[in-house]
Design a protein around this ligand. Structure first.
Ligand SMILES: Nc1ncnc2c1ncn2[C@@H]1O[C@H](COP(=O)(O)OP(=O)(O)OP(=O)(O)O)[C@@H](O)[C@H]1O
Length: 586
């Protein structure tokens, strides 16, 4: 295993060792000083030599305490630094993993859960490194060396002084198992809580529109209440166990006082030795009490660790093949060859079956069909958001699974129906794919997307901040921004996934005219419910239930008098809003 940060670990452990030795020296020095004092007093007067010995003891005690303080400080510093470095690296690894995980993973795991793993679980693991690990070393050394010192001085008293340690060890193990179980439960409750909150915030408009605040409050209250009960349970477990541990400590202290007192009377040991025993026990008391805290840290770290490393070890289903090469575009022809697809976990319900078509540079392929027929899924296969289950997709004859994802996704641009905006300026949002682009290019793209005039009317023009905490754009404006965003790039395949649904027909017409030049050098795929958006296409595919059931140009499909013609007639019929939107009325 490769040890990261070896210097920090070495300094932390080295400082811990020195701090422990010095800490255990203090009771010894105290004992010696008391014996010296007694000898001096017993000697009938304060001699210069005795006074000097006392001074030396006092100065020694001071020096040892100061040194101990310094080493404790360096131990804490290096342990904390180690924890922060580990936390930083894990945070980056976690974020990097989330960036690269396949869509099928994100379909199944809620983003609230991922945030919990990236924040709380990661913190649990980090704390283990910054405090847990070094504390464990400290405790082991303290008890080990302390036990040796005490037992070698007086075996009986030594055993009595340490008699509370096994009990505490047993209680803390019991507590560790209990806390571990409840921690897992609590984490899941907290995950549910953040999921409820996230969904509520995301859907705040729906909640308000349906006046569902009370229901939402109830949902939150239930999730919150179970978390509270669990937290209570944990506190009770913790409190009862730590009290039992303290009680056993004081019982041992009493025993040492009693047996040691008798030994003192019998002149078996000196007052100084008894003082050394009692102060060593007091020195051990605080770390021993921390066994409970540590048990918690270990329990938490092992649970958090299994979730965090479970995420880090996730298999990335869509990734570069070992022999992947950069995509080489010459003609830019896109070809689907008998493509079938099913979502993960739903293998017995294929969403696409035997889809085959070809589009050459400069051509536009339109896909139309009832909702849920698989149109968007076709679009998502081209940039490999998902991998085909069967068949092949090629770009210029290269199987898209054999080329690198980075070059493929540069070559394929998808304009989604609900365009996501980052909380930054309009300019930055448009230039997302090309952050170094000149302002004129951004403006040209937004002109083509029919957004330029609107932006000029905003208070800060292109510098206006949009997104969650900025100016809100309408659905159509967001879609136009998404179109401008891809016009900044030079993709070989552009896919418009119902991305003009919220744009009025006249504006769409203007965008299409402006796009004509852009579309000349690439393959364009248009998915739409509105026939006016796609009837100009070179080839129209009518998809139903995952299969292409009709194909041809607008004229050819009308002549076929099939489903396309029926849809066309329906949309041309005036004043039947629902039917128009839902295509063939399904
Ligand atoms: N991530 C997913 N996981 C599982 N099933 C999915 C997922 N996405 C879509 N589906 C299912 O696949 C089918 C096809 O969905 P798709 O989004 O491709 O349809 P569509 O034709 O684009 O629909 P619309 O016109 O409403 O946008 C639907 O039955 C849908 O429920």
């Amino acid at each position: 295993m490769h040890l990261r940060h070896p210097w920090q670990v070495a300094f932390a452990i080295g400082s811990t060792f020195l701090a422990v030795i010095l800490q255990l020296l203090i009771p010894q020095l105290l004992g010696r000083a008391i014996d010296q004092t007694q000898t001096t007093l017993g000697g009938g007067g304060v001699t210069a030599a005795a006074e000097e010995a006392l001074w030396i003891s006092a100065l020694l005690l001071l020096a040892v305490s100061a040194l101990r303080g310094i080493f404790t400080m360096t131990q804490n510093y290096f342990a904390e630094a180690l924890g922060h470095h580990v936390g930083y690296e894990l945070r980056l690894a976690c974020y990097d993993k989330i960036q690269r995980l396949s869509f099928s993973f994100h379909d199944q795991v809620h983003s609230g859960d991922l945030i919990t793993i990236g924040m709380l679980d990661l913190e649990g693991v980090r704390m283990y490194f910054s405090t847990g690990l070094v504390r464990a070393c400290l405790l082991t050394m303290l008890i080990g060396i302390g036990a040796y010192m005490l037992i070698s001085t007086d075996a009986v008293l030594g055993v009595l002084a340490l008699s509370f340690v096994p009990f505490v060890g047993w209680r803390s193990s019991v507590m560790q198992l209990r806390l571990r179980a409840t921690w897992l439960d609590l984490q899941e409750r907290l995950s549910v809580l953040s999921r409820v909150m996230e969904e509520n915030l995301g859907g705040i408009r729906v909640v308000r529109a349906f006046a569902a605040q009370d229901d939402e409050m109830l949902k939150f209250d239930q999730a919150s209440n179970t978390a509270l009960i669990l937290a209570h349970d944990r506190v009770a477990t913790y409190a009862s166990n730590t009290s039992a541990m303290s009680l056993s400590f004081f019982a041992s202290l009493g025993l040492v006082l009693w047996v040691g007192g008798n030994k003192l009377i019998a002149d078996d040991i000196s007052i100084g030795t008894l003082t050394t025993f009692l102060t060593t026990m007091t020195t051990l008391q605080i770390p021993v009490r921390q066994i409970g805290l540590m048990a918690n840290a270990f329990a938490r770290a092992s649970t958090c660790g299994s979730r965090l490393f479970g995420l880090l070890d996730q298999d990335i289903t869509v990734r570069d093949a070992p022999e992947a090469r950069p995509l080489e575009i010459s003609d830019g022809a896109l070809r689907f060859d008998n493509v079938s697809f099913a979502y993960r976990g739903l293998e017995n319900r294929p969403v696409l079956r035997n889809i085959s078509f070809e589009a050459r540079r400069g051509e536009t392929v339109a896909i139309v069909g009832p909702p849920g027929s698989g149109k968007s899924t076709i679009a998502h296969l081209v940039p490999r958001f998902y991998d085909v289950t069967d068949g092949t997709i090629t770009l210029d004859g290269q199987d898209i699974r054999r080329v690198t994802l980075a070059t493929l996704r540069k070559a394929v641009a998808v304009v989604q129906q609900d365009a996501f905006l980052f909380t930054t300026t309009i300019e930055n949002n448009i230039a997302y794919g090309d952050p170094w682009a000149k302002a004129q290019r951004v403006e040209r793209a937004s002109e083509s997307a029919q957004l330029h005039n609107y932006i000029l009317g905003l208070p800060a023009g292109y510098k206006t901040v949009v997104g969650e905490r900025g100016v809100s754009l309408s659905g159509g404006q967001r879609q136009r921004l998404a179109i401008a965003r891809i016009m900044m790039l030079h993709p070989s395949v552009v896919i418009f996934d119902d991305s003009t649904a919220a744009i009025d027909a006249a504006t769409e017409q203007r965008i299409r005219t402006a796009m004509r030049l852009f579309a000349k050098d690439r393959v364009t795929i248009v998915i739409s419910h509105r026939l006016s958006s796609l009837m100009y296409a070179d080839q129209i595919l009518f998809v139903d239930n995952g299969e292409i059931i009709e194909r041809g140009t607008h004229q050819e499909l009308l002549a076929k008098r099939g489903r396309y013609k029926a849809l066309h007639d329906l949309q041309m019929r005036p004043a039947d809003g629902m039917a128009i939107k839902n295509g063939d009325g399904r």
